[in-house]
Design a protein around this ligand. Structure first.
Ligand code: GLA
Length: 706
């Protein structure tokens, strides 16, 4: 709900309030963000002393105030949200409150269903700059969407060097920041720092949101944990270079900005032109768990879209780790046919099916089947796979070109390059998606491959960064081009399930999720590594967005030998699948696959669309665990895993969460009251050895409330 009372705007969604105040001088001040409060006006905080008395200033020291979109210069010397060739001093001009939520030009954004939006127009009449600040709230969601639009009203061009999406000011500095850092194979590990006076930058400038720093940052009150304490989430709906900047100022106050990374960014606006910054999702939770559950609901219900966003996902088998690029039709069909027998529902043909690609040094860009490997072509293979009772899916890397490809030989200038020759990464180059003819080629090539066969799933990969920016602002323009391409392909194939990928989880962000409801979480499929990766990812993103596959033992990335049970259970905590040569499994493992696929069919709706609770932190406790509880609290799936076996350690009692305290649940042949399971806990006894796991299924016993 949005109401204006006197000089204040009161915004509220599920579980939070947000208050904006217009100062007597016209500055747009941030007043409050946090737990719900009554929408009744009150006086401004005392301002402290005034530091600027320059002639021409209005007497306010904006440096001492906390504005919604800070601008450096004049009387504000803090870290700004905007830096431009003419630096504005923004004052309130007008506002409107509109039903729904305007779309962001050229950018993905949250769905408008059930939203209400406040648009505040701020202006600097002296230099001819207008900024519109957008705030959307939903009664059923714990997330507020913000972004900014900047318009040049003057004859002279206006060059933006920085234009963040949102800024937020906190009254103190008793916070820790938490971000999600990593690299290939080790994505999204939670890292926390106490804040002291200074500036913290958490960002990436590699052309994609990156393995290294996710565009999601949490500010939490000191002492806040899973269950209690103010936690504030900032998530950017953007897949390119991003930045979250946190400044603790001289007086011990904290300012957070989030938006496009200013490094390498530039945008020049001619008269009348508007720049639209990407959307930023702000979430508040009493405890990290509540914060995550708000974001999970929002991502499932307002970020992911299309028929697959609410549908249970098929159990897939992908041939990558089974065959890499060394396969033929017969081999693929032998895997598919056994997969069908074992209860798998979708066969995905990964890299190596096109051009003359037998290794990663050729053919990206030539999206035409290699008939020497697949004589029936993609349509023939899809038919054969369908005849086995499986859906058929295909891998693409649409943004790339190999120097050894027909596409590159015809259009060498289509590859991104600066003045010197471009650096090759994984032997490939990036296509210049800022050029309309390149976008058109990619859209047509992928669309015609999709239209040529019954392809019901696409894995969209992106296996290198942009290293040779031809000009400032290129990575931003590239990201807009990418969105145009993704929009054209996904919207013309609404029934295809798209899964994003970037060398594993190198582009795991809410921007991609607006086009594709799931993303390959990491190339690292060792369940112990996955415990850390999936645990870290869960702070921002729901299990329905993560892909997780059972792969062979010993694991190809770590050499560990996890049990089939552990591999199955950790993968079943997300979108489940297999990525190994199942024809090489012995009878016992084949039976295990049968059991797992049957169990997955029972559990996947609960896991994908239930409430997610983190139980134990593998980073600090050595044991990690989580559980999913159905929205009606009638069922739950619990998973715990111990990293290292410690001889003679005490038996473990695990306290569960999110259950109905007054209901009785059956678990492992026994039954317990919900309050008992949540307060006393349940005994867990791990199998012998490192990396052992236990999973449990809880079913509410109807009519048994005592
Ligand atoms: C990336 C992906 C893998 C696989 C390969 C194919 O590394 O993350 O899953 O698709 O590309 O080249």
């Amino acid at each position: 709900m949005i109401t204006k009372r006197e000089n204040m705007f009161f915004l509220s969604g599920k579980g939070f309030s947000y208050i904006i105040r217009i100062s007597p001088e016209g500055y747009i001040l941030h007043d409050y963000f946090g737990a719900p409060v009554s929408p009744l006006p009150y006086g401004e905080d005392s301002r402290g002393w005034y530091c600027f008395q320059a002639e021409g200033s209005d007497g306010a020291c904006v440096d001492e105030l906390r504005t919604e979109y800070p601008c450096y210069g004049h009387t504000d010397l803090g870290s700004p949200a905007v830096m431009a060739s003419r630096q504005p001093v923004l004052k309130y001009k007008s506002h409107e409150i509109v039903p729904g939520k305007p779309a962001l030009k050229g950018l993905p954004s949250a769905l408008p269903d059930g939203a209400e939006t406040l648009v505040i127009t701020a202006a600097d009449e002296v230099i001819g700059v207008e900024v519109r600040l957008f705030y959307s709230v939903y009664q059923d969601q714990g997330v507020l969407c913000r972004h900014a639009e900047i318009t040049n009203l003057a004859d002279a061009p206006l060059t933006l060097d920085r234009a963040y999406s949102a800024s937020l000011a906190f009254p103190g500095a008793d916070y820790e920041e938490m971000h999600f850092a990593g690299s290939w194979g080790r994505e999204r590990r939670p890292v926390s720092n106490s804040l002291v006076q200074g500036v913290y930058r958490i960002g990436n400038a590699r052309g994609g949101s990156g393995h290294q720093m996710n565009p999601f940052v949490i500010l939490k009150e000191k002492g806040a944990g899973e269950e209690h304490g103010g936690c504030f989430g900032f998530m950017l709906v953007y897949s390119g270079d991003h930045m979250t900047e946190i400044e603790v100022d001289q007086r011990g106050r904290t300012r957070v900005h989030q938006g496009i990374n200013p490094f390498g960014f530039e945008k020049t606006l001619v008269k009348g032109e508007t720049f639209t910054a990407p959307e930023c999702l702000l979430a508040y939770g009493d405890g990290l768990g509540a914060l995550s559950r708000s974001l999970h609901d929002f991502i499932r219900e307002r970020i992911c879209r299309g028929p697959w966003s609410r549908r249970e996902r098929p159990i897939l088998i992908n041939n990558w780790e089974a065959t890499y690029m060394d396969f033929n039709e017969e081999k693929l069909l032998s895997i598919a046919s056994l997969a069908a027998e074992l209860g798998i529902e979708l066969f995905v043909l990964d890299d190596g099916w096109f051009g003359k690609r037998d290794n990663d040094r050729s053919s990206l860009g030539d999206w035409v089947v290699n008939r020497s490997k697949i004589p029936s072509g993609i349509s023939g293979l899809a038919e054969k796979v369908n005849a086995l009772g499986l859906k058929f899916g295909l891998w693409f890397e649409p943004e790339m070109v190999s120097p050894d490809s027909d596409l590159y030989r015809a259009h060498p200038d289509w590859a991104v390059r600066a003045e010197r020759g471009p650096a090759l990464v994984r032997s490939q180059l990036v296509l210049d998606l800022t050029r309309p003819e390149v976008r058109e080629y990619v859209i047509n090539a992928v669309n015609s491959a999709l239209d040529s066969a019954n392809i019901e799933y696409v894995k969209w990969d992106m296996n290198r960064y942009i290293t040779d920016m031809p000009r400032k602002g290129f990575n931003y323009e590239y990201t807009l081009g990418l969105y145009e391409v993704m929009d054209a392909i996904t919207s013309s194939h609404p029934n295809v399930l798209f899964e994003g990928c970037s060398g594993g989880g190198g582009r795991f962000d809410a921007g991609i999720l607006c086009y594709m409801p799931q993303i390959w979480t990491s190339d690292d499929t060792d369940p112990l590594e996955r415990l850390y990766i999936q645990y870290g990812t869960s702070f921002g993103y729901p299990p329905s967005t993560m892909g997780s596959h059972v792969t062979e033992s010993p694991n190809q990335h770590t050499g560990r030998r996890p049990s089939m049970e552990t591999r199955g259970a950790v993968s079943m905590s997300c979108n489940f699948g297999y990525e190994l040569d199942i024809t090489k499994l012995d009878e016992a493992d084949r039976e295990a696959v049968k059991r797992q696929t049957a169990l997955c069919r029972e559990l996947r709706g609960l896991v994908a669309f239930g409430d997610f609770y983190r139980l134990l932190d593998p980073f600090s406790d050595g044991v990690g665990g989580w559980m999913s509880v159905s929205k009606d609290k009638s069922r739950a799936f619990v998973f715990v895993m111990r990293a290292l076996f410690r001889p003679n350690s005490a038996p473990m009692r695990l306290r569960l969460k999110g259950l109905d305290p007054a209901a009785r649940y059956s678990v492992g042949g026994e039954s317990f009251m919900g309050d008992m399971l949540m307060n006393r806990g349940i005994a867990v006894s791990f199998p012998f050895g490192d990396g052992a796991s236990v999973s449990m299924i809880l079913e509410k016993i109807e009519g048994s409330a005592e």
